[in-house]
Design a protein around this ligand. Structure first.
Ligand code: DC
Length: 220
């Protein structure tokens, strides 16, 4: 039996960094499920499929094949045979992923892939609906959040470190808009699973949150 840790929460709460650290400490596989939705979004953007048109997006799902591979524990996303890992972290791809992830056809396409991986490997899987929908029986469920001010500041610093200048107020507005969409969609919305542990990272460092999660694994 594999051991599964689910970490859900809104954009910018620190999920991916923390999930990666936890996975590394335990020698588990880190699964970034947002990257799967982003790969679908990249395909729709490249093919000029209008993300506002659910029928067009649903029809285009048939042309997509997504797989994951791991190279020394680092996740690679393969979209129709192409490694697109380096092309997924733009704001445009993230916003499109948030829009199309509300459509059942997109979510269904990715559900089994995530479940199969968790059934065969020890994983730390991060996303929006992992504890509530994808892995309802996960051994440990965390709902990781932070205030939208803190999340916008973190994103601002992340972009600035890459030499990208941006408006922090616009980043905050985009984050709040994304939260609204992710939390209010009909299917598998972002929400805390009943048995998930709530962690607010606004005033905690990455290593403090990582340590708390590792403690939970130890006492499990
Ligand atoms: O975590 P992220 O920013 O890479 O995710 C991009 C979008 O994908 C997010 O706004 C909503 C969607 N998503 C989802 O619906 N379910 C998941 N498990 C992960 C991401």
């Amino acid at each position: 039996m594999s051991f599964n840790i689910a970490i859900d929460g809104p954009a910018g709460a620190g999920k991916s960094t923390i999930a990666k650290n936890v996975a590394k400490a335990l020698s588990y596989i880190y699964v970034d499920t947002g990257a799967l939705y982003r790969a679908m979004a990249l395909h729709f953007l490249r093919n000029h499929t209008d993300s506002a048109q659910e029928n067009a997006v649903a029809a285009a799902c048939a042309d997509i094949s997504i797989t994951l591979s791991y190279d020394e524990g680092v996740q690679k996303v393969i979209l129709n045979g192409e490694d697109v890992t380096g092309k997924l972290r733009t704001e445009e791809v993230g916003n499109t992923a948030s829009i199309v992830s509300a459509y059942p056809a997109v979510r269904e396409k990715l559900l089994q892939l995530q479940r199969d991986l968790a059934a065969s490997e020890n994983v730390v899987m991060d996303g929006r609906d992992i504890g509530s929908h994808v892995l309802p029986k996960a051994d440990i469920k965390i709902y990781l959040t932070a205030s939208s001010d803190v999340r916008a500041e973190r994103r601002y610093e992340e972009l600035r470190a890459k030499g990208i200048t941006c408006d922090i107020a616009k980043l905050k507005a985009d984050i709040e808009e994304r939260d609204q969409r992710d939390m209010n969609r009909d299917i598998a919305p972002l929400k805390q699973a009943e048995d998930a542990i709530y962690l607010d990272s606004s005033n905690l460092t990455i290593s403090e949150v990582t340590e708390r999660i590792l403690e939970l694994v130890t006492i499990k």
